[in-house]
Design a protein around this ligand. Structure first.
Ligand code: CTP
Length: 393
């Protein structure tokens, strides 16, 4: 049994939301409905009240003393907006909160499933495309509309997706939120800094974003997350247990401390492989600075974890510029990993913002391309793939 908050917007497909309500109720879910004012022009609120067995809210002013939008989103497991009009998508994407439904969406911390339905030209308009892109970027599930006969008596894209597709998307969103409940996840992220003197160091261009997004997604799926994070200005999720470190040695110590009892450990950190053999206590003057810098190896954190592994599902990353998959498979074996995510870092790709392309490898020949996208989108795809892989093990 799940608690579904259903937002209904003003489109001709609003009547299909009534059938969806009935299907949810019949399978044992509790449904609370919020209708936009314009939705009530298409279907009466009484229909949804009767089908759901619960009062339907349409206005911020229905029962202001109970702050209904906050109470409803807190009680819900998932928030589905069916159908979502072009206007609703714009409001969701830009954070407008001018009615009960948009206030509820802004207050929601539960997964959002949005099923758009509109005229084909509106759906294909660059503004709508951009709004959808922003929502996907933020982790919203979009149930793509079908192509077919539209209310305008023409054929095009914009028909509300079939009920089963919407139910499946709601189920997938619910399953995700529960997938890592009770599990402990350890993630290393960011660069490390290896000190030359108090003001100079060796480091790299990593921002830690991939690890931070993986942490965020794991939290959304119910995990307790320890994030061992090197120096970065990118904000870490507040709900994670964040251990700030600077050098590879500190990261190694913190990762080892968090490793025992972890169900999954993911090493995304771009650890400096070398550090100055000697670190000067005072700022080195250029007049007497070393002409050459002697280096020594830092610990390989992931290999250290791999050598001590007992039951933890261990995932590495391989940043490669050539022979990507061959090099990554070699790391998979050498570091005793259960899976490795390969990304191409030629030309600086893979660092900071911008799209990445990730392929997940495991075993002797296991391979799944996770596609190209932002780190936010790829973090979700990676956890989805790891979920399937762990279930098989
Ligand atoms: N890694 C680590 N500690 C290191 C180096 C790497 O934990 N000292 C981890 C990274 O977090 C990543 C994986 O090992 O998950 C592979 O990192 P990568 O830099 O691609 O490979 P290296 O092992 O450094 O090998 P090479 O430099 O030969 O490519």
């Amino acid at each position: 049994m799940a608690r579904v908050l259903l937002g209904v917007c003003g489109g001709i497909a609003a009547y299909k939301a009534a059938a969806l309500t009935s299907a949810l109720v019949q399978r044992g879910d509790r449904v609370d409905v919020i209708m936009s004012e314009s939705a009530t022009h298409f279907v009466g609120s009484l229909t949804f009240a009767a089908l759901s067995g619960n009062p339907v809210l349409t206005s911020l002013w229905d029962a202001p003393e109970s702050i209904p939008h906050i109470a409803l989103v807190r009680a819900a497991d998932v928030f589905a907006i069916v159908p979502a009009t072009a206007n609703a998508l714009a409001k969701l994407a830009r954070g407008f909160a001018d009615d009960l439904l948009s206030n509820a969406a802004l207050a929601a911390r539960v997964p959002l499933v949005v099923a758009p339905a509109m005229n084909a030209a509106m759906y294909e308009h660059p503004a709508t495309r951009e709004n959808l892109r922003l929502l996907v970027e933020r982790g919203v599930t979009i149930v793509e509309p079908d192509t077919g006969f539209l209310a305008e008596r023409e054929t095009g894209v914009g028909r509300l997706a079939e009920r089963d597709a919407i139910l499946a998307a709601i189920d997938a969103a619910l399953a995700r939120t529960r997938e890592l409940t009770g599990q402990r996840v350890l993630i290393t992220a960011g660069p490390t800094r290896e000190a030359i003197d108090p003001v100079r160091f060796l480091s790299n261009a990593s921002t830690g974003t991939m690890g931070i997004e993986l942490a965020r997604e794991a939290l959304a799926r119910g995990a307790a997350v320890t994030l061992v994070l090197g120096p970065t200005l990118v904000a870490a999720p507040a709900e994670a247990h964040v251990v700030r470190v600077t050098s590879a040695q500190e990261m190694c110590d913190a990762a080892l401390a968090g490793f025992s009892g972890a169900d999954v450990a993911i090493a995304t950190a771009a650890v400096a492989d070398w550090r100055p053999a000697e670190s000067y206590a005072q700022k080195v003057k250029k007049s007497d600075g070393p002409a050459t810098l002697a280096l020594e190896r830092t610990p390989d954190i992931l290999a250290t974890l791999g050598a001590r592994k007992a039951g933890t599902f261990l995932v590495g990353f391989a940043a490669e510029t050539e022979n990507h998959e061959r090099n990554a498979r070699e790391k998979l074996q050498r570091k005793h990993l259960d899976a490795i995510a390969v990304n191409d870092v030629s030309g600086g790709a893979g660092f900071g913002t911008g799209d990445d392309e990730i392929v997940l490898l495991w075993g002797d020949a296991g391979r799944k391309a996770l596609g190209t996208g932002s780190k936010r989108v790829l973090a979700r795809a990676l956890w989805d793939a790891l979920d399937v892989l762990r279930a098989r093990n």
